[in-house]
Design a protein around this ligand. Structure first.
Ligand SMILES: [Zn+2]
Length: 121
């Protein structure tokens, strides 16, 4: 999604609003677009992108904090994907999506299923 540019879509929507005489919609879209451009300029000046709500919630899932404690299944180290039933090579068929002090989010490269493996204490 990071390569996706909203600009052509916004121009196309604006053209349709114009074509159909939807002036109030066109004004709201232009207001939105000004804010969107300003936000993009602000983002481009930052060393790391700022966090957003989804990312904060993702960390709650990873840390198994209520009410997200069951968002990911917790599997043993080296477990195979719980969704793919065929015998697979855990070294090539899964990847580490997130690594942190408390463990790892492992993701299946075949089906996208993700689970937690906890660091040993
Ligand atoms: Zn899988």
């Amino acid at each position: 999604m990071s390569d996706f540019s909203l600009d052509p879509l916004i121009r196309a929507i604006a053209a349709e609003f114009q074509r159909h005489g939807m002036d109030s919609h066109l004004k709201l879209l232009r207001d939105y677009y000004r804010g969107y451009r300003a936000h993009k300029r602000w983002l481009s000046g930052l060393p790391r992108p700022p966090w957003h709500t989804e990312l904060v919630i993702e960390w709650a899932r990873i840390m198994r904090l209520p009410p997200f404690e069951n968002a990911y299944p917790v599997l043993e180290h080296g477990a195979k994907c719980p969704t793919c039933t065929e015998k697979r090579d855990p070294l090539t068929d899964v990847g580490i999506r997130v690594a942190w002090a408390g463990g790892w989010v492992i993701q299946c490269r075949r089906c996208g299923e993700a689970w937690l493996e906890l660091a040993r204490k």
